[in-house]
Design a protein around this ligand. Structure first.
Ligand code: PGA
Length: 239
């Protein structure tokens, strides 16, 4: 498993259901590989083997993993298979999977365990909806997602958390700098064991706001969707 303390910041590109072979070639021809930060590119799984990782600061990530280890589960990919393909990180519990694919905290807990057992660092995505935010339920929602989703085997060396308010994903809206800081600090206080976890922020990160977001003490990097598909934007963000 990668040593997270080798890096001070993490930038994770979540391509979602986008990209093709030509896109990947152009992307990696242009990617700034000199960044001092940990850069993780999560393409659709079928392209994972095509990601030009360098074992130093550019790594391949997956967008999801099966909760099962092996067997008659058509269409699934196991943590062991991802490890075989040299995947170092894997998103778990992204809100799009929670909303569209019935992802539950129970499943998430199994997935995180499988990943850690296969030397892959899970990036647990948590976040509240706009309605939950408006009803002052943010802390309650995040606490439940963390308490029910993180298995005992997790610790600050093998698991990362990404705070992604659902209302900020793909909308151009972001919380204020103060709000991000307060929520990250609160997450660390949900349980004593969370104090030293790396916590990324995600939701409408782009080159024009990534610098101020990353300057927040409690932010250890960003999870980037839309802006990670534009290589100039992504290069600006990671450098
Ligand atoms: P966005 O997506 O950067 O396009 O808002 C972030 C994410 O869904 O991880």
């Amino acid at each position: 498993m990668l040593n997270l303390s080798n890096f001070s910041s993490f930038f994770v590109a979540n391509w979602k259901l986008n990209g093709n072979m030509a896109f990947i070639n152009d992307y990696f021809d242009a990617l700034n590989t000199k960044s001092q930060n940990c850069v993780v590119v999560c393409p659709p799984s079928i392209y994972i083997d095509k990601i030009k990782k360098n074992q130093k600061n550019i790594f391949a990530g997956a967008q999801d993993v099966s909760k099962f280890i092996s067997g008659a589960f058509t269409g699934e990919l196991s943590a062991e298979m991802l490890n075989d393909m040299d995947v170092k990180f894997c998103l778990v519990g992204h809100s799009e999977r929670r909303q569209n694919f019935n992802e539950t905290n129970d499943n998430i807990k199994l997935k995180i365990g499988n990943l850690i057992n296969n030397n892959i660092i899970p990036i647990l995505c948590i976040g509240e909806s706009l309605e939950e935010k408006q009803n002052n339920k943010t802390t309650e929602v995040l606490t439940k997602q963390i308490k029910e989703g993180i298995p005992k085997i997790s610790n600050n060396e093998n698991t990362i958390i990404a705070y992604e308010p659902i209302w900020a994903i793909g909308t151009g809206l972001t919380p204020t700098i103060n709000e991000i800081d307060q929520i990250h600090v609160k997450i660390k206080k949900i349980d004593d064991s969370l104090n030293n976890y790396k916590i990324l922020y995600g939701g409408s990160v782009k080159s024009s706001n990534s610098k101020v977001i990353n300057e927040i003490d409690s932010v250890d990097g960003c999870l980037i969707g839309g802006a990670s598909l534009k290589i100039e934007e992504f290069n600006n963000i990671i450098s």
